[in-house]
Design a protein around this ligand. Structure first.
Ligand SMILES: Nc1nc2c(ncn2[C@@H]2O[C@H](COP(=O)(O)OP(=O)(O)O)[C@@H](O)[C@H]2O)c(=O)[nH]1
Ligand SMILES: [Mg+2]
Length: 303
């Protein structure tokens, strides 16, 4: 089967790029088939990251921040693509509308050539969302997008796993709400290479930044940078853009990240097993045990 749109995506046509990504999302093509046509994922240059996750609770201002960050990066001539993974939008099943309205940077005629925005429709997606995001990221990098940003809500296993795919993770927080840093937040902060405390125009932002810095000081290794930003007022954005571009991995998050990647990889193996249907059938009938099913899936790849 030939996929003409892959060739067209390779020559820079955005419609064909969109079609390629949708085809991955809907399970109509395999990543290997796509890369066969468009070419391999380039290796990173020096120690620069290729993928950055922006994660945090809904409403903290990730999309607004990204609008400002993209502007700064595009002004430097970087080609940046964004994958917005946001299951919270009821209308689209992704965040297309919600995100597009605030992304003013794409209205800029000089910069929009350098920016590509795409939402991942998490409810429509056929396979596991982290797997789809991983594949889409590969395609974007292979097509010459220099950096890929993954915007994802920092709650829920699938979302955390999407973030863990990235080379670096920035956690976005809002002002303090007087409840300190509870377990769920601490778990997310464990993955952070940097933290942006947004809405610094509102009271409590500095207090919260201090709380986060203190919690980092308790851990081992270098502490991730914690910066204050106001996406609405535009303050701290160019500093944050600069800091993020140079960001090295904090090291302390490495284990937690590999844990998520290992789980995602395992899930992928299961979902992509050619015997999955058959095994589910047998499990349902009670003719095999879970252990046996896992063993069969594991064995497929060692033959
Ligand atoms: N006061 C204030 N509001 C902000 C700031 N950044 C974003 N917001 C508002 O917070 C809401 C959620 O922003 P959005 O970027 O969609 O958050 P996301 O869900 O994290 O992507 C919107 O109403 C924004 O206008 C900020 O720096 N200060
Ligand atoms: Mg958003």
């Amino acid at each position: 089967m030939t996929f003409e749109f892959l060739e067209q995506a390779k020559s820079g046509d955005r419609r064909s790029l969109a079609r390629t990504l949708s085809s991955l999302e809907n399970g109509l093509v395999k990543i290997e088939e796509v890369l066969d046509v468009i070419g391999p994922v380039p290796l990173p240059i020096n120690s620069d990251w290729q993928t950055l996750a922006i994660t945090g609770a809904p409403g903290v201002g990730k999309s607004c921040l990204l609008d400002g960050l993209l502007r700064s990066w595009a002004e430097k001539g970087l080609r940046v693509a964004v994958l917005a993974v946001d299951p919270s939008s009821p209308r689209t099943g992704g965040a297309l509308l919600g995100d597009r309205v605030r992304m003013t940077v794409v209205d800029d005629k000089e910069l929009n050539e350098l920016i590509y925005l795409r939402s991942v429709a998490t409810r429509k997606a056929s396979g596991s969302v982290p797997v789809i995001v991983e594949d889409m990221t590969k395609v974007l990098l292979a097509l010459g997008w220099q950096r890929v940003i993954i915007e994802t809500v920092g709650a829920g296993q699938s979302e955390v796993r999407c973030a863990a795919l990235a080379d670096r993770i920035v956690v976005v927080e809002g002002p303090a709400r007087g409840d300190g840093i509870q377990a769920e937040k601490a778990g997310l902060l464990e993955l952070a290479d940097a933290v942006l405390v947004n809405k610094s125009d509102l009271p409590g932002a500095e207090v919260h930044a201090d709380e986060i810095r203190e919690s980092f000081e308790l851990g081992a290794g270098t502490t991730p940078p914690v910066l204050l930003t106001s996406a609405i007022q535009g303050s701290g954005i160019s500093e944050a853009a600069e800091m993020l571009l140079m960001l090295s991995s904090s090291g302390r998050s490495t284990r937690a990240r590999w844990r998520e990647r290992l789980l995602a990889y395992h899930e992928r193996k299961i979902l992509e097993s050619p015997q999955l249907d058959e095994l589910l059938e047998k499990l349902a009938k009670g003719s095999i045990l879970l252990d046996e099913a896992l063993h069969i899936i594991g064995g497929e790849h060692n033959e």
